[in-house]
Design a protein around this ligand. Structure first.
Ligand SMILES: C[S@@+](CC[C@H](N)C(=O)[O-])C[C@H]1O[C@@H](n2cnc3c(N)ncnc32)[C@H](O)[C@@H]1O
Length: 281
C-alpha cells in the first residue's frame, strides 16, 4: 500500500489550529502526524486521500490564516528509510524503558528494552499517547494480569505488558500493517504470550481481562466503551488515549453511563490518557 505525506504549512502557525486540523484530518483517514516548526505532516493511505475534503477543511480557516500544502507519495518500499532518516529515534521512557529500532546502534542499557521494526504501524513511543501509555504500564502492577491491547499498532503496549509479567495478552488492530507488524515485533522481542488478531471490537466475546489499553481515536473509544466494559473483570482498569484534553468530558460522560469510575488522567502537549475502573458491584 502506498502512502501520501501531506506537508501543511500554516501562516501564522498556531498550536490550537494545528490541533484542530490534525484532529479533523484523523477523522478523514489520516493515520499519523508529525509536528513541524511551521505546521505538520500528515500520513494517509493514498487510496483514502480526498483532496477536496482537505481543501474544504482548510477553507474554513482561511480568513485569518494562509496554508501551503505539499503532497509527496511514499512508496511502500521507501517507508523504512523514511523512518530511519526522520522519525524513529531511540527513546527512553521513565528512565526504565528503552524503545529502539533494530538499526539503532547507540543506546543506553535499561531495565526494559523494546525493539520495534518500523513500518506503517503506529507506535514507536515517540507519540505522546504511546509514551504516556508506556509510562502507565511501568507505573502499574502487571504481574499475572490478563491484558487486552485494542488498536495495538506495533504491539508496543502489549510487549511491555508481557515484559512486566502480564500472563496473557490479546492485541487487536483493524489495520493489516499493524496486525503483521505487531506479530513480528512480538517475535523480535521474544514475546510468547501475546496473540495478535486482525479486526475490531466485534471480535471480543465472553473473555474477560484485568487491564484494557485502548489508544484509538475518540469516536471509536466512545462507540466501543460498552464492549470494553463487558470485557473487563471487576476492579479491572481501562486506560484510554488517542484524544485531546478537551475530549475528556465527552469520554467521561460515556464512561459513567456504562458504569465506570474515573481513577485518573494525565496529559502531555494537550494529548490525554484517562483511566477508569470497573467497580466491584
Ligand atoms: C494511535 S494508534 C495506537 C497504537 C499503539 N497501541 C500505541 O499506543 O502506540 C491507533 C491504532 O488503532 C487502530 N484502530 C483504529 N480504529 C480501530 C478499531 N475500530 N478497532 C481496532 N483498532 C483500530 C489503528 O489502526 C492504529 O493502529
Amino acid at each position: 500500500m502506498n502512502y501520501l505525506k501531506l506537508a501543511v504549512t500554516i501562516t501564522p502557525v498556531e498550536e490550537w489550529l494545528r490541533d484542530v486540523l490534525t484532529a479533523q484530518l484523523s477523522e478523514t483517514g489520516f493515520e499519523s502526524f508529525v509536528e513541524t516548526d511551521d505546521g505538520f505532516e500528515g500520513f494517509i493511505p493514498e487510496k483514502d486521500f480526498n483532496e477536496k475534503e482537505v481543501s474544504n477543511l482548510l477553507k474554513t480557516f482561511d480568513e485569518n490564516h494562509t496554508f501551503e500544502v505539499q503532497k509527496e507519495l511514499i512508496e511502500e518500499k521507501n517507508w523504512n528509510e523514511e523512518w530511519e532518516k526522520n522519525y524513529f529515534k531511540p527513546l527512553v521512557i521513565a528512565v526504565k524503558c528503552l524503545v529502539r529500532a533494530p538499526f539503532h546502534k547507540d543506546y543506553p542499557k535499561l531495565e526494559y528494552e523494546i525493539v520495534i521494526e518500523p513500518n506503517m504501524a503506529f507506535g514507536t513511543g515517540n507519540h505522546e499517547t504511546t509514551s504516556m501509555m508506556l509510562e502507565a504500564i511501568l507505573e502499574n502492577d502487571m504481574q499475572n494480569k490478563s491484558v487486552l491491547d485494542m488498536g495495538c499498532g506495533t504491539g508496543i503496549l502489549g510487549i511491555l505488558s508481557s515484559m512486566k509479567g502480564a500472563r496473557k495478552i490479546t492485541a487487536i488492530d483493524i489495520d493489516e500493517w499493524s496486525f503483521k507488524g505487531a506479530g513480528e515485533n512480538a517475535q523480535i522481542n521474544h514475546i510468547q504470550n501475546m496473540e495478535v488478531k486482525l479486526g475490531d471490537a466485534s471480535l471480543l466475546g465472553d473473555e474477560k481481562y484485568d487491564i484494557i489499553f485502548a489508544n484509538i481515536h475518540k469516536n471509536v473509544l466512545i462507540n466501543d466503551l460498552p464492549v470494553y466494559v463487558r470485557c473487563l473483570n471487576k476492579s479491572g482498569l481501562l486506560f484510554m488515549s488517542g484524544f485531546y484534553l478537551e475530549d475528556i468530558p465527552d469520554l467521561r460522560t460515556k464512561a459513567e453511563q456504562v458504569g465506570l469510575k474515573e481513577t485518573g488522567f494525565k496529559s502531555k502537549n494537550n494529548w490525554a490518557v484517562a483511566v477508569f475502573e470497573k467497580p466491584q458491584n
